[in-house]
Design a protein around this ligand. Structure first.
Ligand SMILES: NC(=O)C1=CN([C@@H]2O[C@H](COP(=O)(O)OP(=O)(O)OC[C@H]3O[C@@H](n4cnc5c(N)ncnc54)[C@H](OP(=O)(O)O)[C@@H]3O)[C@@H](O)[C@H]2O)C=CC1
Ligand SMILES: O=C(O)C1=N[C@H](C(=O)O)C[C@H](O)C1
Length: 233
């Protein structure tokens, strides 16, 4: 498979390594909007760029009939617009706030736990995410997906950074050192706490998931998720 990398930072470099180990080649490394892009050389584009750059990177690929795997967070206010362009051009797209197998299992565990806790008003939920100090967005995309999983399955209605309420999930974002990504969810009552946690030890899981998604999307048209790729129910 010939891969175009949009974003050649921490994730782009890790993806390059894993893709090459799996027999793929990197045909472009785009790190700057002024770079000329030869879309015809790519079987797939993998975008791990910046919140500002993602929308243009992704939709330019759709317009050139290149399927896209994107893990960039912090741009989702334009997600529906991107989907429309993907469909208009009969292209293919997978976005995931987190591509690791472990976090995708954690997403399902979170929803299951939320269903069980939904009626138990003595418990109040809160979330914490910890990431490295270079991270541009807060809360993390993964924390937002987790909050959405709780909202779908309980009477909570929204989430806010550092602000709780009867119907509001409080998310605390911590930025320290080189932490690759830790997410925890706690349900606290006056007598006990139930807590679930996922801790990434490095970025390999994210990168491997993105490469597996790129392999899976070959020959497909439409908008998919990591749940489709990993066959999680
Ligand atoms: N979904 C997932 O599983 C994961 C998602 N992420 C997300 O991926 C994104 C990237 O993370 P990470 O690699 O750690 O960040 P980095 O800052 O290390 O890399 C981002 C790269 O994008 C480059 N860039 C800037 N503008 C453009 C542009 N117009 N087109 C292409 N590239 C551009 C930056 O270049 P320069 O430095 O010169 O500005 C930089 O090299 C973040 O949004 C992060 O949250 C991260 C890990 C896992
Ligand atoms: O910026 C990061 O590093 C990460 N970003 C993603 C997010 O915002 O959830 C995924 C992972 O936690 C690492």
């Amino acid at each position: 498979m010939k891969i175009g990398l949009f974003g050649y930072g921490k994730m782009g470099r890790m993806i390059e390594q894993i893709a090459q180990d799996r027999g793929h080649s990197i045909v472009a490394k785009i790190d700057d909007p002024s770079q000329e892009v030869d879309y015809s050389s790519m079987d797939v584009a993998i975008d791990f760029s910046t919140p500002e750059a993602a929308f243009d990177n992704i939709t330019n690929c759709f317009k050139s009939n290149v399927p896209v795997i994107s893990g960039t967070t912090g741009w989702l206010d334009r997600f529906e617009e991107a989907i429309k362009i993907c469909e208009e051009h009969k292209s293919a797209f997978i976005y995931a706030s987190n591509f690791s197998l472990g976090v995708n299992i954690f997403f399902e565990l979170n929803k299951h736990l939320a269903k069980m806790m939904g009626e138990l008003n003595q418990y109040k939920v809160s979330m914490e995410e910890i990431h490295h100090t270079q991270k541009l967005d807060a809360p993390s995309g993964t924390a937002i997906t987790l909050a959405e999983g709780i909202i779908e399955n309980t009477s909570y209605q929204d989430w806010k950074l550092d602000e709780s309420g009867d119907k509001t999930i409080s998310i605390k974002s911590v930025r320290e050192g080189m932490v690759p990504g830790t997410h925890s969810i706690a349900y606290k009552s006056s007598v006990d706490t139930i807590e679930i946690k996922h801790e990434a030890h490095n970025r390999e899981g994210f990168a491997l998931g993105a490469v597996i998604a790129s392999e899976w999307i070959q020959g497909k048209t439409g908008v998919f998720s990591m749940k489709d790729v990993l066959n999680l129910s």
